[in-house]
Design a protein around this ligand. Structure first.
Ligand code: NAP
Length: 259
């Protein structure tokens, strides 16, 4: 029997088969979970997600269009999922966006107000707005998790406004964990090392970061998406029943190195 046998939940953030959310969906399916997959509206987006899930061998996936910066779309998404699943056990937030013009070394001080606000809205506030809706569908408690990166705490050249958004995401996680704990809902983040995806390739200087991790991390290699998937299974399952408000690094140990 799988670790998530009979569990149902929502995985936001599949763009293609490289997406961290797709690795998580794959790992959850192997452990017996059933997921709904909200994606940005549009036929092209739906086709990409369907193709990614074909590779993950998920039969008849439940896809719903949803721009997470739009409250009406979020409402409609959660209503549709409630009709299908009644209740849920987990929610995965694997969504981020910032205008790539401002994701390169040397331009952080130039970040315009609207670019800053949009990055924070899509990449951090959306966790709060999802949790507000998800808690109503978690009568037995549940697990909510977001994806973050080392650039939340350290100034990584080029990560810029996304680092600020990740700091906000991690703080939102702690406040949500504090508030939702009495309902048995746990809220955590996974801090993944760099992985080649559409989002990470938008960060200027990312190839240098991959090389640097290989040289400096204790494991002397970059991580694979499946390793984030396995940690997500741990966080969704009873194995982590006493863990909330935490940030778990899956980064070959890079974050512990001081020199
Ligand atoms: P990805 O495949 O590009 O996934 C990002 C997802 O966010 C895409 O599915 C994208 O949809 C979606 N998205 C953006 N704006 C949205 C909106 N307004 N409404 C709904 N969905 C929206 O990249 P990823 O690397 O897997 O990123 C997943 C998460 O992991 C992000 O939070 C990222 O910051 C985090 N992370 C990534 C790395 C890494 O190195 N890859 C490391 C640490 C943390 P479209 O593609 O359709 O626009």
């Amino acid at each position: 029997m799988g670790l998530l046998e009979g569990q149902r939940g929502i995985v936001f953030g599949i763009a293609n088969d490289r997406s961290i959310a797709c690795h998580i969906a794959n790992a959850f399916a192997k452990e017996g979970a059933t997921c709904a997959f909200p994606h940005l509206p549009g036929e092209k987006s739906e086709r990409r997600v369907r193709k990614a899930l074909d590779g993950a061998e998920i039969v008849d996936p439940f896809l719903i269009p949803c721009d997470v910066s739009n409250d009406d779309e979020l409402d409609a998404t959660f209503v549709a999922i409630r009709e299908k699943f009644d209740s849920i056990d987990f929610l995965v937030h694997s969504v981020a966006f910032a205008d790539r013009t401002y994701l390169k070394p040397g331009v952080f001080a130039d970040t315009p107000r609207d670019v800053f606000a949009q990055a924070l809205d899509i990449s951090a506030y959306s966790l709060v707005s999802m949790a507000r809706r998800a808690k109503e569908m978690m009568p037995r408690g549940g697990s909510i998790m977001g994806m973050t990166y080392y650039g939340s705490d350290k100034a990584v050249p080029g990560y810029n406004v996304m680092g600020v958004a990740k700091a906000a995401l991690e703080a939102c996680t702690r406040y949500l964990a504090l508030e939702l704990g009495e309902k048995g809902i746990r809220v955590n983040t996974i801090s993944a090392g760099p992985i080649k995806t559409l989002s990470s390739m938008a960060v200027g200087g990312i190839d240098e970061i991959f090389k640097w991790v290989e040289q400096k991390a204790p494991l002397h290699r970059n991580i694979e998406g499946g390793e984030v998937g396995k940690t997500a299974v741990y966080l969704a399952s009873d194995l982590s029943s006493g863990v909330t408000g935490e940030n778990i690094f899956v980064d070959s140990g890079y974050n512990i190195v001081g020199l």
